[in-house]
Design a protein around this ligand. Structure first.
Ligand code: ZN
Ligand code: ZN
Length: 259
């Protein structure tokens, strides 16, 4: 059984938990943690877990809403931590003896019953990677913090049973926002963040009969509304917007099980 939940998502902090169970063993990976350790503890409690339940941490890139407390958390609780060499450099080459493993595009990382395959995405960070998970039976694809669609990204997200997709902004809302032009350009650019439209385009390219769950993530408070993101994804999937969920900043979403 593969299950996952979002502890929160947005520019104020992102964190996703993925768990695989087989027989008597349980394996859990925390993807990013843009919160303080204290805040993480509160959110983990809500998910029915504690820090001692985390078997490994995967950091997608160095931006504060993702790297957050991950390095301190790994050190304090002796949790193995995976990140790209570029991300490690960008966060100041922290000393993590016996804990740090470098992740590379296409490698398979095994954490107990969970396998994760990182893939490269176009984002304005040193060496950003996003993960695709499998427990051997089910697949979960995660994609936040990408500015555009690439063939590699679409290929990496094929055959997923569940997809967590960034829907950062609505193009019109971003264009009309009070953000300075340079910031608008950064967010809407090739290495920025996914608009609802682009996320819908990716979803369309990854659609197949086995896709059961689609979640919208990393929504901007200023430049998006959950109903716009859900509508865009639902239209792309030919589904009802009520079948798609949006992860919020205070709480993402409760456990979703694939079995
Ligand atoms: Zn982010
Ligand atoms: Zn980012």
């Amino acid at each position: 059984m593969l299950r996952f939940c979002s502890l929160g998502s947005g520019s104020s902090g992102n964190s996703t938990l993925v768990e695989a169970r087989s027989g008597t063993t349980t394996s859990r990976v925390l993807v990013d943690c843009g919160f303080t350790q204290r805040e993480l503890k509160v959110r983990l409690t809500r998910a029915g877990l504690s820090t001692s339940d985390i078997d490994a941490i995967f950091v997608t890139h160095e931006h504060g809403d993702h790297v957050g407390c991950t390095v301190a958390l790994a050190k304090r609780h002796r949790i193995p931590i995976w990140m790209s060499r570029g991300t490690w450099r960008a966060v100041g080459e922290p000393d993590l003896p016996g804990l740090l493993e470098f992740a590379r595009d296409g490698d398979v990382i095994t954490v107990g019953d969970l396998q994760l395959r990182p893939y490269t995405v176009p984002h304005d960070a040193q060496e950003p990677l996003q993960p695709c998970f499998s427990d051997g039976a089910f697949r979960l694809g995660v994609l936040t913090d990408a500015g555009s669609v690439t063939a590699h990204l679409v290929a990496s997200l094929q055959a997923c049973d569940a997809l967590l997709l960034e829907c950062n902004h609505d193009r019109d809302m971003l264009a009309a926002s009070r953000y300075p032009a340079s910031l608008k350009q950064r967010i809407g650019g090739r290495y920025g963040h996914l608009s609802n439209d682009t996320a819908a385009q990716i979803l369309k390219a990854c659609l197949h009969g086995g896709l059961r769950h689609v979640m919208a993530a990393h929504l901007s408070r200023e430049n998006n509304r959950p109903e716009l993101a859900l509508e865009a994804l639902a239209t792309a999937a030919g589904a009802d917007a009520r079948d798609i969920r949006a992860a919020g900043p205070e709480w993402g979403f409760d456990w979703i099980e694939l079995r």
